[in-house]
Design a protein around this ligand. Sequence first.
Ligand SMILES: [Zn+2]
Length: 98
Amino acid sequence: MAGVPEMARVNQAERLVSALDRRMKGEHLPRRPQWHCQMCAPETPWPCHPARVRLAEAYARDRIGLSMYVAGLLFIVAVELPDVAPAELYERFVAWTR
Ligand SMILES: [Zn+2]
C-alpha cells in the first residue's frame, strides 16, 4: 500500500489549489499545468505580482501560514513542471513569502 500516502498528499495538494479560487476572489488564478497567470500577459509565471499581493493580504500577519500554503502547492507544481529546477520553483513559489 505504498501508494496510499502519496495519493493522500496529492489529494491534499489539490484541495490547496481548489482553495485558491476563493482566496484570489476568482482573479489572477493559475492556468494549469503551465502555472501561468490567467489574467496577466500571456505566459506570466504564477504567482504574478497581483497574485502575491492578494495571497499576502489573505494571510495578513500569518506569514507562516502563507509560507506553508504555497509550500503545499509545490507538491503539485513539481509534478506539473518537471522541467523546472526545484530550486527555481522554490524561489518562485515560496521564497517571496519570507
Ligand atoms: Zn496575474
